[in-house]
Write a protein that binds this ligand. Structure first.
Ligand code: PMP
Length: 369
């Protein structure tokens, strides 16, 4: 008989389909310039930190009670925010949230995917889609994106008609490529999709001026779910709040799988305080978009291949040995992400000073042995 310090991972009766996998997550390294998980580099102001702290203190006074299971106040704040961002009127019954959009997206597969059902994605895609499918026993089919990382619409429509996916993940802008999807293509896919279509707009606020959010398609497409997050443009990654907008009955369905009280009183209070400071939270989005466009131009001037980006990150390459470049950057104190097709790296847009440091370090890495 062995003790708990003697037993190893390999000894455990883990599900066979999980045994060979590793826990998902980018390296969390303590380096000066962290540009690897698409966070917003600008912290909240002291004033906002104080109002979040005040909201949390107030919530703490009732922490002996479970939180509002339906988090109606937070859903109302999120609905107001989405209406402001997209011009589409939404109310609390059409918005749902979780601990990051990861939780919301997994809940969607728990309800609408499952054994015997298929989800459709487009490669290169956000790697967590594979994981939600695995966790929920949903079969995954992935179609390759084109050379320019776009979705091939005729091929997609054929695949939908033959595979009849229960859930389709469209990501706009896409991670890791940064590619936005034309709104007409989303509508064309909705027109033939037999099940739920999720448009993951985690980076939606970075879209170019004049481009509509898929939220504008909601009123006429009852099986559309648009997912968003407070982690990116909204600079609240540490708060862990993601959400989706959709027809109210879809939310009633999601409630079948959500764990009761999944959003703590503290999460609800902090998120409402952050949403009340919407203008401050989003105040650096224009700067980040300009810095993104400048980064794309600079990388192209270096002779690199760079995917067009509508997000707060840029995918660039191709390097014969991307790990070598990644490592050289790391040694200069800059953490980027080894992700995407072989030979590519992805850099999140940081502050102006961080991007200067990135450009200097990349020039050196590319021109020294
Ligand atoms: N969707 C996409 C496309 C993402 O890139 C991410 C985060 N990297 C998420 C969803 C999940 O983010 P969060 O759980 O922080 O909302």
């Amino acid at each position: 008989r062995r003790t708990w310090t003697e037993i190893s991972f390999a000894d455990l009766p883990i599900r066979e389909d999980l045994r060979l996998h590793q826990a998902y997550g980018a390296p969390q390294l303590d380096v000066p310039v962290r540009l690897n998980v698409n966070e917003n580099p600008y912290p909240p102001s002291q004033g906002l930190v104080a109002s979040i702290a005040e909201a949390i203190a107030e919530a703490g006074a009732n922490a002996n009670r479970y939180p509002d299971r339906d988090f109606t106040k937070l859903r109302t704040c999120l609905a107001t925010y989405l209406t402001h961002d997209t011009g589409v009127y939404l109310d609390a019954s059409q918005v749902w949230a979780g601990n990051g959009s990861n939780e919301v997206l997994q809940q969607i597969l728990q309800v609408f995917g499952g054994p015997g059902r298929l989800a459709l994605t487009f490669t290169p895609a956000y790697p967590m889609y594979d994981e939600y499918c695995r966790t929920t026993f949903t079969r995954l089919h992935s179609l390759p994106r084109t050379e320019s990382f776009a979705i091939d619409l005729p091929q997609t429509i054929d695949a939908i008609q033959s595979l009849q996916p229960s859930v389709i993940f469209l990501t706009s802008p896409n991670n890791p490529t940064g590619t936005a999807l034309p709104i007409e293509d989303i509508q064309a896919i909705l027109d033939v999709a037999p099940g739920i279509v999720v448009v993951d707009e985690a980076y939606g606020e970075f879209r170019r001026d004049g481009v509509a959010s898929a939220v504008t398609l909601l009123p006429c497409n009852p099986r559309l779910v648009v997912s968003r997050t407070m982690s990116k443009a909204f600079k609240f990654a540490g708060g862990r709040v993601g959400y989706c907008a959709c027809a109210a009955p879809i939310i009633e369905a999601i409630k079948l799988v959500r764990l009761p009280y999944h959003l703590s009183v503290f999460t609800q209070a902090a998120a409402c305080a952050a949403l009340a400071a919407r203008d401050e939270m989003l105040s650096q989005v224009a700067t980040l978009k300009a810095e993104r466009d400048a980064t794309v131009s600079w990388l192209r001037q270096q002779g690199l291949q760079v995917a067009d980006s509508d997000a707060n990150f840029v995918m660039f390459g191709r390097f014969n040995d991307r790990h070598l470049i990644w490592n050289k950057l790391l040694r200069s104190g800059i953490l980027v992400r080894e992700i995407g097709p072989s030979g590519y790296l992805r850099v999140s847009i940081g502050t102006t000073a961080e991007m200067v440091a990135f450009r200097d370090a990349l020039s050196t890495a590319m021109h020294t042995g």
